[in-house]
Design a binder for this molecule. Structure first.
Ligand SMILES: [Zn+2]
Ligand SMILES: [Zn+2]
Length: 128
């Protein structure tokens, strides 16, 4: 008998995430090509019921040295979007399963911000 490969598992090997807020199922979408945060054409999950962003469906920004989230796994580094202060580095749950959040700070305790001109390069290296 052929092995049945579940199509429910393409979230980095994790089950399809559910929404932390309303428990609705995640649906897989792709970001617009016009996205200027280095996220153009990037797969992600959002809640089917309340539209809330859940997580990106890739391993970008993920590093074993990142802070550990509430799920007990290394978090994901990403940058804030253009609507608030853009380019601020922070850590969130890799799978969007908990509400872990932490700003990345340098040795002096200041928040780390990525200049817009560097965003594309860092995204290509999967650093963010
Ligand atoms: Zn929801
Ligand atoms: Zn987590």
């Amino acid at each position: 008998m052929a092995t049945i490969v579940s199509t429910l598992y393409n979230n980095g090997g994790q089950p399809i995430p559910t929404c932390m807020v309303c428990d609705g199922p995640g649906i897989r979408e792709i970001t617009r090509k016009s996205n200027r945060n280095g996220n153009a054409g990037r797969f992600y999950y959002k809640c089917q019921d309340c539209n809330r962003f859940i997580n990106f469906d890739d391993d970008r920004g993920w590093n074993p040295q990142n802070p550990i989230c509430c799920c007990g796994i290394p978090s994901r580094r990403q940058i804030t979007g253009r609507k608030k202060v853009p380019g601020k580095l922070h850590f969130v749950c890799r799978f969007g399963s908990c509400d872990f959040f932490g700003w990345e700070r340098n040795a002096e305790g200041s928040q780390m911000v990525v200049p817009e001109t560097l965003i594309g390069g860092l995204a290509g290296l999967k650093i963010i």
